[in-house]
Ligand binder design. Structure first.
Ligand code: SF4
Length: 365
């Protein structure tokens, strides 16, 4: 078991030989504990409506000027049928916190996917009441992803303001407690963090990893923070890039509403840091399912995903959202595969898995 100090040492300078040795160690443990098969989870982005105003997110309620969409049940089932056709074992149903997607509609979708395609259903639908989680479990849902984004409570609260587009969203809830309740309900639980949020330190990331281990997460997906210029945090990130003595800096930060005092302390939101986080997650949770995330593939479309897999990851989540909606689910800009069809996304994922010398789950279907 790695100590906090060892974790911190690995995160302090994730580059060169040291990173390479860490990645090799995690890759070997991945091979030993979960094998060479890479699991494919078909991602379906159901809706880009959201009542929340997370400062970093491109579909936050307060962002004007983007078209909003909500997939019909038929469209969702059509996308799920592709997962079956491509030989995936799981679909991931993801959306903003959309009041227009009722608990019953979601339950209906889950039940239909189970009945027609016998796929594992993972949900990533944000913070919802326990009654909804229970209803969805009863309908057949298997797993729930609830990202912590950061375990630093003050930083979490700085990027997740109270009040949403409908004005009625309570102050941030306790996601750790929520994950515990989800597990008690019978869900497999997953989480993850953003890497390189303004103000986030290597100590914060080390504590995130210790918490993943404490929670004994079944799945952990972390990726670099990618600033969206049309969000308050994106604007703050631009201001923070200016020299300390630049007079525009303070004014721009005020304008962006960014008041986190340690804002200047920030780990670099790089893929190297993401690979170190993946490798350390594997060493702490040898049997976990760990995706090589879309954010990693967005930073390096050529090699990112394969490098993530060679750092200890064993899951890829190809996007099966209909092409006409993909660009609208713009949590961060230039997201990988936005202009592709599901067939192209599938083919690229298979190629990247083989590039990493691993075996796509679909080859075993
Ligand atoms: S991060 Fe999730 S909850 Fe927050 S605004 Fe974006 S979609 Fe909504």
């Amino acid at each position: 078991m790695l100590s906090y100090d060892e974790i911190l040492a690995h995160l302090t300078e994730p580059s060169g030989d040291r990173l390479e040795r860490l990645r090799r160690r995690a890759d070997a443990l991945r091979r030993e504990r979960v094998g060479d098969v890479v699991y494919l989870r078909g991602l379906i982005e159901l809706s880009n409506h959201c009542r929340r105003n997370c400062l970093y997110c491109g579909v936050r309620a307060g962002r004007r000027g983007i078209a909003r969409y909500r997939m019909t049940i038929d469209e969702v089932l059509q996308a799920a049928s592709l997962a079956k056709r491509f030989g995936y074992g799981t679909v991931v149903l993801q959306a903003g916190e959309d009041a227009g997607l009722s608990d019953e509609t979601i339950a209906e979708i889950i039940a239909a996917i189970k009945q027609k395609f016998s796929l594992i259903v993972t949900l990533s639908l944000g913070e919802r009441p326990d009654s909804a989680f229970l209803r969805w479990k009863e309908a057949g849902a298997d797993r729930y992803l609830m990202r912590l984004e950061t375990s630093n409570r003050r930083l979490f609260e700085a990027i997740h303001p109270s009040g949403g587009g409908d004005g009625g969203v309570a102050k941030t809830t306790d996601r750790v407690a929520m994950l515990g309740r989800l597990r008690q309900m019978g869900y497999q639980i997953g989480s993850g963090v953003m890497i390189g949020i303004p103000g986030q330190t290597t100590e914060d990331l080390a504590r995130d990893l210790m918490l993943f281990s404490e929670l004994r997460l079944d799945m952990v997906g972390s990726g670099p923070y990618l600033p969206h210029s049309d969000t308050p945090l994106g604007k703050a990130a631009e201001a923070l890039a200016l020299p300390q003595d630049d007079p525009r800096r303070a004014a721009l930060l005020r304008q962006a509403g960014w008041r986190y005092p340690e804002a200047d302390r920030q780990v670099v939101p790089s893929n190297e840091m993401a690979f170190a986080m993946i490798a350390l997650t594997r060493l702490l949770l040898p049997g976990a399912n760990i995706p090589s995330t879309t954010a990693i593939a967005t930073l390096d479309g050529q090699h990112g995903r394969a490098m993530g897999l060679r750092s200890g990851a064993n899951v890829v989540m190809p996007n099966l959202t209909p092409t006409k909606y993909r660009a609208l689910y713009e949590i961060y800009p230039n997201k990988a595969a936005t202009l592709e069809t599901p067939d192209q996304t599938h083919a690229a994922a298979i190629r990247q898995i083989r590039d990493a010398g691993l075996i796509p789950e679909s080859d075993r279907a």
